[in-house]
Ligand binder design. Structure first.
Ligand code: NAP
Length: 519
C-alpha cells in the first residue's frame, strides 16, 4: 500500500463505520471466533481482543479465514499490554508483530495504546499505519479528568482515530466527556466514552456528541470493560442507530438503579409510539450530581425513585397540588419554558388498575404501609371517594398519614371486624422472596387484593388470595400504569400500556430464568 492509499483510507473509514463496535473475547482462539460467528450477522463491526488470549498468534489464521468468509466485516485488532490496561504480557516488539500480522489477516483497524506508542520509533508507527488504520487509545480506569491534556499528548503521534476512555464516578463525568467530544470532534476523529455503571449515558449519547462509534459487549456476561452494555441492548433497547441531535433524553434516577426495569418499559413505549427519545438508567449518588445532569444534558423527563422522591421537590420550579399533598415526586418534566415540573404518577398506578375491577367510590380499602407508595395510594383513593384504613408496622407513621389524608388507622387485631373490598400491600414485605407475607393467611379477606411488590410477580400474598378465589392485582400492573402516566405527561400521547406490560413481564421472566441458571 502506498502512502496515498494510506491517507485516503482513514478519511473514508469514519463515514462507513457502524455506530457500534462489538468487542469479542474468548477463552481461546476457537472460542473467540465462535463468538464472532454468533454476532456477525447483526453486527458488521467487531473488535478482536487478542490480549484476552494466552496465545494471540494462534488466533490470526482463524481471523484471516473469518474475514475471508465475512467480506463485509470491519474489524479492529487489539492486543493491549498490561501497562495500558490490557491483558497482554508480552514485549512491545511482540505486540507490534501481532498487530502487523492481524492487519495481514484482514483487520482494517489496529488499536495501540498511548503507552506503547510513546515507546515506539516514528518509523515503526508509520509502518504499522501503512498496513491499516491506527486507533491510538488511552484508558483512565479511575476518573474522568484532563481529557484535553491527554488528547494533546496523543496528537503527537499520527493516527487515524484517537480513542479516549475514562471512568465515570459521577453522572456529571458524562457531561465532561460529551463536552470534550463536542469541542474536539470537528478537528479530530475521536472515539470517547466513560466506563463504569455511571458511564452508561456516554455509551449511548457519545455518538451524537461526536464519537465516531461506541463499544458494546457480545452479551451481558461477556463484557470487556466495566459498565459496558451488550450491542443487542444498545440497538434494541436504546435504539442507538436512531439517536441524533433531536433525540430527547429521559431517564430514571435513583441509588441503586442497576436492577430497574424502567429502561425496558419506557424505551419500549418510546419505540412503539415513534417518539424520538431515549431513556437511560441514571445511578445518582447525590442529588446535586443528578441535577447538574438534568440541566446540562439536558434531560427532558425524569422518573425519580428511592432515595430522591422527597428531596427532589426542593429542586423543582413547581409541582401539582396532588404531588405537594403526597410530599413525594416520581416524575419530572422539563416544560417548554425550561422549568422543571414535578408530578406523582404512583397514585394513577393504584387507581387505574383498581377502577377496572370495581367502583372506587365508597369502597372499603385497607392500606398496609405508610411509606411513599402508601401515601400515593391513600391520597389517590381518597380523592376518588374510597374509605381508607391504614395499618403500618410503625403505628405513629400510620396515624400521621391518617390525619393528613382524613383516613383511619386500624389495629391488626381488629382486621377481622371490617369486610374490606380491597387490601393493598404498600410495604416492601414480599420483595425478592415468595414466602414473606404482610398478613397471615386467615387475615386475607377481601374482594380484591393488590400487591405493589412486583418482583417476584407472584408474591405469597397473591398466591394465598388467588387460592381463596379473590381477584388479584399484581404490582406489575401498577408499575406499568405509573409508567404509562409518566409517558403521557412527557409526550402528550396515549401510552401503549399493553406493549409495556408485555415488555416488563418478559424482562421479569428472563430475570427468573437467569437466577435459576446461576443457582
Ligand atoms: P418506603 O417509603 O420505604 O416504605 C416502606 C413501607 O414498608 C413502610 O410502611 C415500612 O414500615 C414497611 N415495611 C418495611 N419492612 C417491613 C417489615 N419487615 N414488616 C412490616 N412492614 C415493613 O417504600 P415505598 O416507596 O413506599 O415502597 C413500598 C413498596 O411498594 C416497595 O416494595 C416498592 O417496591 C413498592 N412500589 C411498587 C411500585 C409499583 O409500581 N409497583 C411503585 C412504588 C412502590 P415502617 O414505617 O414501619 O418502616
Amino acid at each position: 500500500m502506498n502512502s496515498a492509499t494510506a491517507s485516503y483510507m482513514p478519511r473514508l473509514l469514519p463515514l462507513r463505520l457502524p455506530r457500534v463496535c462489538v468487542a469479542v473475547i474468548g477463552s481461546d482462539a476457537s472460542n473467540m471466533i465462535e463468538k464472532a460467528e454468533a454476532v456477525v450477522r447483526d453486527n458488521s463491526f467487531l473488535e478482536f481482543r487478542l490480549d484476552y488470549l494466552s496465545k494471540p498468534e494462534l488466533a490470526l489464521p482463524k481471523i484471516k479465514r473469518f474475514m475471508e468468509t465475512h467480506p463485509g466485516t470491519v474489524a479492529i485488532a487489539t492486543c493491549r499490554r498490561v501497562a495500558g490496561g490490557g491483558k497482554f504480557r508480552g514485549s512491545i516488539a511482540s505486540q507490534l508483530n501481532i498487530l502487523t500480522k492481524a492487519a495481514a489477516s484482514g483487520c482494517q483497524l489496529l488499536d495501540m495504546e498511548l503507552q506503547t506508542a510513546s515507546k515506539c520509533k516514528p518509523p515503526q508507527l508509520l509502518k504499522l499505519r501503512s498496513r491499516a488504520a491506527l486507533i491510538l487509545s488511552y484508558h483512565d480506569f479511575r476518573a474522568t479528568r484532563k481529557l484535553e491534556e491527554i488528547l494533546e499528548k496523543m496528537l503527537k503521534y499520527p493516527a487515524d482515530f484517537y480513542k479516549v476512555v475514562s471512568t465515570a464516578t459521577t453522572l456529571s463525568d458524562n457531561v465532561t466527556m460529551m463536552k470534550f467530544l463536542q469541542t474536539q470532534s470537528d478537528k479530530h476523529a475521536l472515539i470517547g466514552l466513560c466506563m463504569g455503571e455511571q458511564g452508561i449515558i456516554s455509551r449511548v449519547l457519545s455518538v451524537r456528541a461526536g464519537s465516531v462509534f461506541t463499544f458494546g459487549a457480545v452479551s451481558a456476561d461477556l463484557k470487556t470493560a466495566p459498565g459496558q452494555i451488550s450491542a443487542g441492548e444498545l440497538r434494541s433497547i436504546y435504539r442507538i442507530d436512531q439517536v441524533d441531535a433531536a433525540t430527547r433524553v429521559y431517564g430514571v434516577a435513583g441509588d441503586p438503579i442497576e436492577h430497574s426495569l424502567s429502561p425496558v418499559i419506557m424505551n419500549t413505549a418510546l419505540r412503539r409510539e415513534n417518539v424520538n427519545g431515549v431513556y437511560l438508567p441514571l445511578h445518582a449518588k447525590t442529588l446535586k450530581d443528578l441535577m447538574r445532569c438534568v440541566r446540562e444534558i439536558p434531560l427532558h423527563g425524569l422518573s425519580v425513585t428511592m432515595p430522591y422522591k422527597q428531596s427532589i421537590l426542593a429542586h423543582l420550579d413547581n409541582t401539582d397540588a396532588h404531588t405537594t399533598k403526597i410530599g413525594a415526586c416520581n416524575t419530572v418534566v422539563r416544560g417548554q419554558d425550561g422549568k422543571l415540573y414535578g408530578f406523582n404518577t404512583d397514585a394513577a398506578g393504584v387507581v387505574r388498575p383498581l377502577e377496572q375491577r370495581l367502583s372506587i367510590e365508597n369502597a372499603k380499602v385497607l392500606v398496609l404501609g405508610a411509606g411513599g407508595a402508601a401515601r400515593a395510594a391513600v391520597f389517590g383513593l381518597k380523592e376518588r371517594g374510597a374509605e381508607i384504613w391504614i395499618l403500618n408496622r410503625t403505628a405513629v407513621k400510620a396515624q400521621k398519614l391518617a390525619r393528613q389524608a382524613k383516613a383511619r388507622t386500624i389495629k391488626r387485631a381488629d382486621l377481622r371486624k371490617i369486610a374490606f373490598d380491597v387490601i393493598i400491600n404498600a410495604t416492601s414485605v414480599g420483595m425478592g422472596n415468595t414466602r414473606d407475607c404482610p398478613l397471615k393467611d386467615e387475615e386475607i379477606q377481601a374482594r380484591v387484593v393488590f400487591d405493589m411488590v412486583y418482583d417476584p410477580v407472584e408474591t405469597h400474598l397473591l398466591q394465598v388470595a388467588r387460592a381463596k378465589g379473590i381477584a388479584v392485582i399484581p404490582g406489575v400492573e401498577m408499575f406499568v400504569q405509573q409508567a404509562a402516566r409518566q409517558f403521557e405527561i412527557w409526550t402528550g400521547k396515549p401510552a401503549p400500556a399493553g406493549d409495556m406490560l408485555r415488555a416488563v413481564t418478559i424482562a421479569l421472566q428472563d430475570r427468573v430464568a437467569q437466577k435459576q441458571q446461576k443457582s
